[in-house]
Write a protein that binds this ligand. Structure first.
Ligand SMILES: [Zn+2]
Length: 341
């Protein structure tokens, strides 16, 4: 894969006890050293205008000012230092690079994956939260929709980070030109993302939430991707699919109780790649969370290897948990989809 990366993203350092640490990127880079076919690209940062295309301008200016004054705790979890402002602009710029590169036709071994930080999916229109200041994926999706040259009319975002992508949902909730899907652990931070949150107005039906119970493992996640997600996105027929790729649903991640294996990320990647092939959509990846350094690095590496010719190991016939099946059945009913699980 081509990885969008910049040293500027290491300068955002929320302190030694904070899980969203620069070491996350160092761990990924260290693991990718051992892999074949890894390329790095450094993209330009975005400016205030691009960030303000999906956030309130006053909020964006207040973040810039907060950082310029030395930063501190925006809220108990979300911490900035002076260098954070540049990292925010760089992280969003890398996401834009990833999407543009995909739209220019980069596929297969050239598929783009931006590994910027701070992450973005919790940032709502007018506030930072959950370690996120600017919603990188939303900024990039908006740029793709606004650019006349790209011919993008509809964007799909699949967020498999273990936390609900409340910020991305918030930004696009009333819009029909973005279909947002979130797979997350039920009841975990920030507490939103129930099955019946499906969008409003022109966006009615273009938000899909799959809140999986604690203890859910690979079979239910794979069934979610192959079932409701594939059915809904095939019908929606986007020009571009962005994966909001957090890796904190891994069974060895320290902050969640979803039990995915590393292989699950290869399988979900493989299925989403097949989907984008079938519907002729561009495919791009943007990093979100993931706090177990080893499993974060392993999981990013297996996504890379899946594009570098590695065949994922197909699962045996393990049954999904009955509570997880119940959630998927509720999602199918809520979205009026008729597929076998
Ligand atoms: Zn997360």
């Amino acid at each position: 894969m081509q990885f969008g990366y910049s040293e500027v993203c290491l300068e955002h350092d929320p302190g030694p006890r904070h899980p969203e640490a620069p070491d996350r990127l160092r761990a990924i880079r260290e693991r990718l050293k051992t892999k074949h076919g890894v390329e790095y690209v450094e993209a330009d940062p975005v400016g205030i205008d691009e960030i303000a295309s999906v956030h309130d301008r006053e909020y964006v200016e207040s973040v810039e000012e907060f950082c310029a004054e030395g930063g501190g705790n925006w809220d108990p979890d979300t911490v900035a230092v002076e260098e954070t402002w540049d990292a925010i602009r760089q992280s969003a710029g890398l996401a834009c690079w990833s999407i543009q590169t995909a739209l220019e036709g980069a596929t297969g071994r050239k598929t783009p994956f931006s590994i910027g930080r701070p992450p973005g999916h919790h940032a709502v229109e007018d506030d930072a939260m959950g370690f996120c200041f600017a919603n990188n994926v939303a900024v990039a999706a908006q740029q793709a929709l606004e650019a006349e040259t790209t011919g993008v009319d509809r964007v799909a975002i699949v967020d498999w980070d273990v936390h609900h992508g409340n910020g991305t949902q918030d930004i696009f909730y009333d819009r029909g030109d973005v279909f947002f899907v979130s797979l997350h652990e039920q009841g975990l931070y920030p507490g939103t993302g129930s099955v019946d949150e499906t969008g409003t107005g022109e966006g009615e039906g273009t938000t899909m939430n799959l809140p999986m119970p604690a203890g859910t493992g690979d079979p239910a996640y794979l069934a979610a991707v192959e079932g409701p997600i594939t059915a809904a996105l095939t019908e929606y027929d986007p020009d571009l699919l962005i994966v909001s790729a957090g890796f904190d649903a891994h069974r060895h991640d320290p902050i969640s109780r979803i039990r995915l294996s590393t292989e699950a990320y290869a399988l979900m990647t493989d299925r989403l790649r097949s989907l984008t092939d079938d519907i002729d959509a561009a495919l791009a990846f943007v990093l979100e969370g993931g706090y177990g350094l080893d499993v974060l690095a392993d999981s990013v590496a297996i996504v890379h290897e899946t594009f570098d010719g590695r065949e994922p190991i197909e699962p045996d016939d393990e049954e999904m948990e009955s509570r997880s099946r119940g959630v998927l059945e509720d999602v199918l009913e809520e979205h009026d989809l008729d597929v076998d699980l």
